[in-house]
Design a protein around this ligand. Sequence first.
Ligand SMILES: C[S@@+](CC[C@H](N)C(=O)[O-])C[C@H]1O[C@@H](n2cnc3c(N)ncnc32)[C@H](O)[C@@H]1O
Length: 384
Amino acid sequence: LARVADQRLTTRSATRCLENYQKVTAIERAAKLARGDLLVELIDVYGVRAIDIARRTGERPGDLSEMVAVCRTFPRQSRQRDAIYNHLLLATRAMRRFPTLGLTPEAALREIIRTGLTQHRDVTRHFDRLSRRRSTHLLEGPSVEASDPLLDRCHHARVQDVLPRLADGSIQMLAIDPVYVFARSNSTYRARAARSRDCDDMHDPAAAIGTVIDVLRISQPKLAPGGVFLLWQPWQSLRPEIMAAADEHGWVIDGPIIWDKGRPQPGRFDSPYSPQGEFLWLLHRPGDSPVDCDGDLSREMILNFPPVSAPSSAHQQLHAFEKPVALCEHLVRKHSRPGDVVVDACACTGSMSVAARKLGRRWVYIESSNENFAIGAGRLAPRD
Ligand SMILES: C[S@@+](CC[C@H](N)C(=O)[O-])C[C@H]1O[C@@H](n2cnc3c(N)ncnc32)[C@H](O)[C@@H]1O
């Protein structure tokens, strides 16, 4: 539905109507802040009370006091030009309600914008969790340094070696698409197309599972509040070793979410069925709620995206296990906001990094094999 709506909004008249709507919305937001500023002036300069003004204007005193509180917390001189009243209101309330967090107005606002929360109830729940965990990252400002040399880069390395170097609390979305290991040793999952290549350590299941276990062990402190760990796995139950490690390192597992490719694929050739998709497991920290940035649009557990190898695909497949960029974009949009850090572990052709870069996220591409790194790094080479 969202895709259809996007298309409808591309006609000239619809675009114009939407632009007008956005202009009026901007005026409305600015007007609310301008009203708050005038109220502050009436109170501070002319010594009247909110209740006196309310009597004259017929408004509710509580509404006026709220506007005054927002405009005092974010005075006109220090306010961003495009500030959104609702964000400022939520930040003002969070500061008052959770004094033990010692939030500055900027830190509270940054957290509201970063999490994408818009409802008072959700904001309260979020800051309540932070205060119970005595989270200090808010006081220290964003854990992502604009100039961090690890960001927006391709790393020819093992994910286990790069992750520890990333700042604690910096990763909004950590996606790992490891080499798949199948339950039965006699089953193979080799794509047979001429252009396909096997993943390098395909022959070493212990190494493949070990990589996932290592990442489960290292990554929890690296996640930002509301951050997610997305783990791609084949169409089968989660390996017991991975389950055990997730448990040991205190992860909450949601899912699986199904990537439905809409066509059968190889797999266990002794099974009467042929899977049509792969599983995506969503893991997060206990007590944390994963950010859902497009929560109003889609909460589907089946993601319908054709594979890169589909005959309809205009893109020349680069690798047998390449994920479609459209699918990656969907996940990036859902679990992060512009400026957030997306880590593409076991990145190969780098579809996730391509999606993250396209959508204005900071990205970290990590791939250990020479051959696959050459493909991904070529695709992500700086553009003119
Ligand atoms: C299934 S492929 C990933 C495909 C990728 N999602 C894409 O869209 O192209 C798995 C990749 O993980 C890489 N890999 C395996 N172990 C790794 C490790 N410890 N660190 C980084 N990359 C690793 C393999 O070389 C392989 O390229």
